[in-house]
Design a protein around this ligand. Sequence first.
Ligand code: DLL
Length: 428
Amino acid sequence: MQNDFFSTEEFSARQKTGLRRAINHAAQNSPFYRRLFDEKSLNPDQIETPDDFANVPFTTKSDLRQAYPYGMAAVPLDKILRIHASSGTTGKPIVAGYTRADLECWAEGVARICEMAGVTSKDIAQISFGYGLFTGGFGLHYGLEWLGTTVVPFSSGNTERQLALMQDFQTNVLVSTPSFAIYMAEAARELGYNPRDFGLKIGLFGGEPCSDAMREDIENQWGLKATVNYGLTEVVGPGISGECLKTRGMHILEDIYYPEIIDPENGRVLADGETGELVLTPMFKEGFPVLRYRTGDITRLIPGPCPCGRTTRRMDYITGRSDDMIIIKGVNIFPSQIEEVLAGFPEVSPHYRLVLKKDKGFIKDLEVQVELTPEGFTDSFQELEALDGRIRQRLRSTLSLGPRVKLMEPKSLERTTGKAKRIVEEQA
Ligand code: DLL
């Protein structure tokens, strides 16, 4: 769509107007931002350039939690047409409310993401995200409808029926988390199907990280082209960025969402190419606006143009969340580093779990539970021990720390129909 091909000047002009609009709307209509601007003695009229914008304080997950349920609203509640919420792992949920204009902007944005991934009005897309407070189901649903695609709103779970309908309805686009796509392929094989016979053409995957190993597995199993898209409830839901068919990072809808990368330690804005925490400002949100929202997601803005010709900047794949960082014996580890090591072993499946043993708030021990593939499984104790040793050694050289490794039988780790839960905490 045309906005993805704007010139740099056009983006700058739109962002300037968009940021002004976002600041004025928040400062005038959101009690949360009115108070914040007062407290910091910030005059919204003096924030004109991106440099001035760096003076606006960040908004955090904890701010949104404290505003539960309607403290972030900037319009009367009768203007809110829909509410979504994200549960997170602890504390109160985060609430997002959408006006009619917000819902339209969201749907159009998601439609752009789907189109970039090669989906057209001729396709039939099965949505295997949960429909409910989670933004995945409804977000993709209205975006795909906007594009004119036929939508099968299956929702998550009930895999056997899901597969049967996929076959009957000639679904050719699968919309789910990457881990559910892997699980469905496994379930299909168990039921005697070859996943490739379903004729899936494109996968729209999001809601959680999709490592190269997961992508390869999904593409090989289903014979489809896997694309990844990104978003979060606090800013809108899915539809903030997504891959084109070149699959070299996710194009951000920069005319709607203003991206910044900051150093998570000191909040300094980093240049394109530098890795840090993604901060987003939705520029046209009416219902529950946020300014400079700290997503917690670690990534970078990829410098240079994309070979697809779109001019929107791309963000790289999320390598971790700043709050997912595991600090053990003074060493900082991201789960994605462990995942990368495991991907180098053909004997192990993409299913793994990190068990953290905690004592008085500190992580005392890390156990990496790794599931073997049926081909990697053996009765030979010696072979298993040797594999365990090789994995441990590779982890030690990557992480500067040797966690315990526990090899698990094939299909023994729990599967989810939504986002995979990789980290489990236990009290020592
Ligand atoms: O997961 C929105 C979404 C739904 C995006 C469906 C794409 C598809 P939340 O439940 O609020 O919203 O979770 C947001 O999930 O901050 C990231 O940490 C993570 N996440 C989402 N997409 C990706 C992705 C939805 N493509 C949180 N890669 C975000 C890595 C992702 N992490």
